[in-house]
Write a protein that binds this ligand. Structure first.
Ligand SMILES: [Zn+2]
Ligand SMILES: [Zn+2]
Length: 833
């Protein structure tokens, strides 16, 4: 029996911690244990058990939480690979991989000490406590707390405060006087989903532990007499159902919510957590047309065949499915996954953040029934945990979900599909900063499975890999039923300015085209990739703009919600009536966002029914789908919005797409700007067309000659790809170079400057052949969420060398006592701002 185990804890430290295993306990590798860490209890993952005594004194494992591993060998190795590749603390990686936080309840308890008992006793003797600076009222509360705790072993702090109404500060004072002690009693919950259940305590129990009302007085006997109508309804309902009912069921009664808490406070009802068997919520959506109703084209059949062969070989294989918009990629995915399921094996489908609408979920349920588990951002922690357990028990062999679904604990994994593999939502922008597409490829390698990356506009990296034969390239070159691609007309907005003499939001050409469609009762979509009403508030007197107080970023005006909002940190301010710098009243709202665009279009086309789709109108995936349904059902004539509208599935009636300022990104200091612009333009253009009529795209731009605009207008992916690769090669950017962004941040400017200066000198001194280090430089957004930001960009054709240098840098960071959380290492950074 091993004596020690190494535990990965979710703390920002690049190490594991050794604990002693008490006799009789058998923690499993890959399972969770509860351990003391500093003043807390934490759950961590056992990565190894051994007999090597550590040099420092070890603490003991408190409890082994799992009988079998929650991370099998594959997932454990995948987690270690992520920690290594992305230079992330392994405990934080495991926490990201396991959506089981709902099973661990953080809790602090209080208990009375011997000193506390003595104080209580003395107070009882003398009638009033000896000299004290505290007011009699405070003393009364203190003794109420002691009185309450004296009759109990250990009580959750929140309960103590709820019952005795003691203020946090007073409780802290009692801890300092050692009258009471606090302890961390965090513990694992049962793996099953827990529900709150109300339990009726009998009147005698309630009397035996005298409840206290707000003033500390004890109620007289005869509790039943004290009940009001609502309270009686609750008590009687509980009594009639054997004294126990889920709180949820009581909520259905026509009784205020506070009634229950009052009864709990009075000691008549107790609330306990009980596990409940999870029932899969049955989709309430009406079934849609089956995705298999149309005939597969030759290209679709070929793709299906190639993927199927790969799966049968039980060896790793990577395929890039490049299918233009509307070419039927989803049908291929579903058919492949069905084949895998028929072989009794498992598959995972990853979709971008907004991709998993209720309609897509309904499709999946229709094809796979109860065999599918769907993981999306709308799930609660408990629901997420329950889905995880279903997958692990083998009840769901088909998993569909966003980024973190790549960690789904399926067994016998045969296939991972990454839909819209270029989508930036696959990159996690917090530690661990993994890219789900790249993790999917690695997981497939480790499992001997097939990975399919699908896209209409593959990322440069993936297409390059396919060209270099790292992936097999599958092309779906035609839209289903050979529907034609839309015609794209470019409108040069500089010329528009010269001819009209003023800055236009909507060009004459686009206005004319919209009018024509509306007259023909056809539908229109207009993209402006910027939400809000006006992006800038400018003072004409001093020239300053209104900036967020936490970020070096302009506040955006939101007219309908009557506020200014920072789109980076969410900070909200009221709309200024004068300049914050000089007090002038000449403040102007400059520029156009999607909210203003909607208003402008209303003004130009008062008869048209216009809907808007952006983060202000869409709170969840239901809202998103609701707007698209309204368009499809003909309840809207026009839909305006941000890039969200480019990502819609199933749009059939739109014959005109207008694009306003889609080239704004081209002005950003980001090497992926051209790629993103090309992708966005191609995607939104793909929404145009109805049946056999090709539809039209009007593209307004200030960068008419830019190759991203030109190639998108010609639907020429290969042309864009060749040109962009030249640029990447010259500039040593991916795919020719691995890249990492090292960000130094601090709320204090001098700290950020000092640390980045120190690291800059360290990089200069260190030999790092074959690695370019740029910086330190102020990050393009110099201040974000209160932090001042400086960064280094590392580029190297050798990923191994680059990671070795980064590892050495982190050791230097530790040696210089720069807090690890203030140094962000972002390997394969997607966002360099
Ligand atoms: Zn001013
Ligand atoms: Zn901000």
């Amino acid at each position: 029996m091993p004596l020690f185990c190494d535990v990965a804890l979710a703390v920002p430290l690049d190490m594991v911690f050794t604990y002693a295993i008490p006799p009789g306990m058998e923690p499993v590798v890959g399972g969770r244990v509860l351990v003391p860490f500093r003043q807390q209890r934490m759950s961590g993952i056992v990565v190894e058990s051994h007999d090597r005594p550590p040099q420092v004194k070890t603490k003991k494992v408190i409890e082994a939480l799992d009988l079998s591993p929650v991370l099998d060998e594959h997932l454990l190795n995948l987690g270690k690979w992520i920690a290594d590749y992305y230079l992330a603390p392994v405990g934080e990686v495991f926490r990201t991989m396991l959506p089981l936080s709902a099973e661990f309840k953080r809790a602090i308890a209080c208990r009375i000490t011997d000193e506390g008992r003595l104080a209580l006793h003395l107070a009882g003797m003398s009638g009033s406590p000896a000299r004290s600076k505290r007011t009699p009222e405070q003393q009364l509360i203190e003794f109420r707390v002691l009185d309450y705790l004296a009759a109990r072993e250990s009580v959750r702090e929140e309960s103590v405060r709820g019952v005795t109404r003691v203020a946090k500060a007073l409780l802290n004072g009692m801890v300092r006087k050692k009258w009471i002690a606090r302890e961390d009693v965090s513990a694992a919950r049962d793996a099953a989903r827990l529900v709150k259940v109300a339990v009726l305590l009998d009147a005698e129990t309630a009397e035996a532990s005298p409840p206290l009302d707000g003033r500390g007085a004890r109620p007289s006997t005869g509790i039943a007499k004290k009940l009001n109508g609502n309270q009686r309804t609750l008590i009687e309902t509980l009594a009639a159902s054997g004294g126990r009912l889920p709180v949820e069921a009581l909520r259905a009664l026509d009784v205020p919510r506070t009634t229950l808490s009052t009864l709990v406070r009075r000691g008549l009802i107790e609330l306990v957590d009980e596990p409940q068997d999870f029932t899969v919520s049955v989709s309430k959506l009406k079934p849609r047309q089956s995705p298999f109703e149309f005939e597969f084209s030759a290209a679709q059949n070929e793709a299906l065949g190639k993927i199927g062969e790969g799966v049968l070989s039980r060896k790793f294989g990577g395929l890039l499915l490049h299918g233009i918009t509307g070419s039927g990629k989803t049908a291929v995915y579903l058919a492949c996954m069905r084949q895998v399921l028929e072989q009794g094996r498992s598959s995972i489908l990853l979709v971008p953040e907004i991709g998993l609408t209720p309609a897509v979920a309904a499709d999946l349920h229709q094809v796979f029934g109860d065999e599918v588990a769907i993981l999306h951002s709308g799930l609660s922690d408990a629901e997420r945990a329950e889905q995880w357990h279903r997958i692990r028990r083998g009840e769901a062999r088909v998993v569909a979900g966003t980024r973190s679904a790549v960690f789904a604990p399926v067994s016998d994994l045969a296939l991972i599909i990454v839909d819209e593999e270029q989508d930036s939502s696959y990159k996690q922008e917090e530690t661990p900063r993994y890219h789900a597409r790249d993790v999917a490829v690695m997981r497939a390698k480790m499992a001997g499975a097939v990975v399919v990356l699908g896209s209409a506009t593959p990322s440069l990296e993936s297409y390059y890999n396919a060209k270099k034969n790292k992936y097999a390239l599958l092309e779906l070159p035609d839209r289903v039923e050979r529907r034609p691609l839309p015609e794209v007309e470019i409108v040069d907005m500089r010329q528009e300015f010269q001819e009209t003499g003023q800055e236009q939001v909507i060009s004459r050409k686009l206005a004319e085209e919209i009018r024509e469609r509306l007259e023909k009762k056809e539908q229109v979509m207009v993209l402006l990739n910027r939400r809000g009403y006006s992006p800038v508030v400018l003072c004409r007197a001093c020239g300053k703009t209104l900036q967020c107080k936490n970020c070096a970023v302009s506040m955006t005006h939101h007219k309908r919600e009557r506020k200014m909002e920072c789109h980076y940190c969410g900070h909200v301010e009221r709309i200024p009536d004068k300049c914050a710098h000089c007090g002038s009243e000449y403040v102007y709202f400059v520029g156009t966002g999607s909210e203003k665009l909607e208003e402008l279009l209303h003004g130009m086309f008062p008869q048209a029914r216009i809907g808007r789709l952006d983060r202000d109108t869409v709170r969840g995936r239901e809202d998103f789908e609701h707007a698209l349904n309204a368009l499809n059902e003909g309840a809207l004539d026009m839909l305006v919005g941000t890039q969200m509208i480019a990502k819609g599935h199933d749009i059939h009636g739109v014959t005109l797409v207008g694009v306003i300022g889609a080239d704004m990104a081209l002005g950003l200091p980001d090497f992926r700007a051209a790629e993103r612009t090309f992708q966005l333009l191609t995607q939104v253009a793909g929404r145009a067309g109805r049946g056999q009529s090709p539809g039209k795209v009007v593209l307004q731009t200030y960068f008419q000659e830019h190759y991203a605009v030109q190639f998108a207008a010609r639907h020429d992916f290969a042309g864009f790809y060749d040109k962009e690769l030249q640029f990447r090669a010259w500039m040593h950017y991916p795919p020719y170079s691995a890249i990492a962004n090292v960000l130094i941040r601090s709320e204090k400017l001098d700290e950020a400057l000092t640390w980045s200066g120190e690291l800059g000198r360290w990089f200069e001194k260190t030999r790092h052949e074959g690695i370019r280090v740029l910086g330190p430089a102020a990050a393009p957004i110099t201040r974000l969420k209160r932090d001042y930001r400086y960064h280094f960009i590392l580029k190297s054709p050798s990923r191994e060398k680059m990671n070795a240098l980064l590892r050495a840098m982190l050791a230097e960071v530790a040696a210089r006592k720069i807090p690890r959380t203030q140094v962000i290492v972002d390997v394969d950074a997607v966002w360099l701002m």
